[in-house]
Design a protein around this ligand. Structure first.
Ligand code: NDP
Length: 338
């Protein structure tokens, strides 16, 4: 197997030097195990957290270990009757071309439902993150106004469409006119604001104009000036679903952030419900999510876009680019032939 390991921990933004490619010979599979060849590797912002040796909700990747990652793969050798040869599976096999598994945390993917890459996108972890975040955490209701940050990304693109299906007024914030155009024309957003064209103050004004009745729900994925801009526009009893804060993942802009007392005062005076969530705690809802959203993807009511890097060797650069907004849609890596 060829695989990419964590060579060193980043200081701020990651560089390609933080990764190393290795070739290893995998052992023969034992009873209960199966061998897969990876077809798709998903690149996700959480991987930035795994590169730091810091206490968090999940253990960091150890130096020299394979980078963690969700994949879609084909079983090519099996001594496990639940996972016969030829099946397509989704599992966390990491940044590698091949892996051995005993089936823990692995699910079988139905290739007839939708293209298999969606098992790590709209019909995988990002999709259920959007669905849980909007409904359970954001408690979004018909007719309300929502702001969605990283509006065209893997999670945001789904949040926007699900919110529209609920008849909400849906305002996106995305990086650049091309992404905003796509948000409105393809994803159905009522409006989309380009955060590159604004500082926190003018973005706040633009949101006020876009949301004349105020903001009831903020789907928070970015932090930074977007959070600051939305916070001032929240309605009384508004909800903020705290999904991520990618603008701060590599330490940029942290010092310029709004002082905590101002943020705290806003939460108090507007009686906001601010709730963080980590999707792993909600995976038991996966069957409900698939039952509701699977058909919507299957018949095209939910659309999605993928940004595909070709070859495992290009994963580090694609990952670094994604952290800075270089991806347009769900970032995937084609590791093997589809
Ligand atoms: P995306 O496909 O949305 O890609 C990341 C996007 O973040 C970029 O394309 C860029 O979009 C945006 N971004 C990057 N830097 C900034 C910045 N400084 N300011 C504003 N936007 C920025 O990734 P995902 O959909 O996979 O993830 C979105 C968020 O959800 C992340 O914060 C991630 O960590 C979080 N997440 C949380 C989960 C949980 O369990 N809580 C589970 C899954 C994801 P643009 O160009 O539009 O700015």
């Amino acid at each position: 197997a060829t695989r990419i390991v964590l060579a060193s921990r980043p200081d701020g933004k990651p560089t390609t030097d933080n990764f190393r490619t290795e070739t290893v010979t995998l052992p023969a599979i034992e009873d209960g195990e199966f061998l897969v060849r990876v077809i798709w590797l998903s690149l996700d912002p959480y991987m930035r957290g795994r590169m730091d040796d810091a206490k968090s909700y999940a253990k960091p990747v150890a130096l020299g270990d394979v980078m963690e990652g969700g994949t879609v793969a084909e079983v090519i050798e099996s001594r496990n009757s639940d996972f016969p040869v030829g099946k397509i599976v989704a599992g966390s096999f990491g940044w590698t071309t091949h892996a051995i598994s005993n089936g823990d945390g692995v699910r079988i993917v139905d290739p007839d439902m939708a293209p298999i890459s969606t098992a790590q996108g709209v019909l995988g972890m990002p999709g259920i993150t959007a669905w849980v975040g909007l409904n359970d955490i954001g408690r979004a209701k018909d007719g309300e106004t929502i702001v969605v940050s990283a509006a065209t990304g893997a999670v945001g693109g789904m949040v926007g469409q699900l919110a529209k299906a609920k008849n909400m007024r849906v305002i996106g914030v995305a990086g650049g006119p091309e992404k905003c155009d796509y948000a409105i024309k393809e994803l159905g957003y009522d409006l989309c604001l380009d955060h590159h064209a604004h500082d926190a103050k003018s973005l706040g004004k633009a949101i006020a104009k876009a949301a004349p009745d105020g903001v009831d729900v903020y789907f928070e994925s970015v932090g930074g000036k977007t959070l600051e801009a939305v916070l001032g526009n929240m309605n009384i009893h508004g909800r903020i679903a705290v999904c991520g804060m990618i603008a701060w993942y590599s330490g940029q802009g942290v010092k310029d952030a709004q002082p905590l007392p101002a943020v705290w005062r806003n939460i108090l005076t507007k009686r906001l419900l601010v709730e963080g969530f980590i999707i792993f705690e909600h995976f038991h809802k996966f069957p409900d999510f698939m039952a509701q959203v699977g058909p919507m993807v299957g018949d095209g009511r939910i659309t999605y876009r993928e940004d595909i890097a070709e070859g495992l060797e290009n994963a580090p650069q694609a990952f670094i680019d994604m952290l800075g907004g270089g991806n347009f849609g769900k970032q995937m890596v084609r590791v093997g032939a589809d």
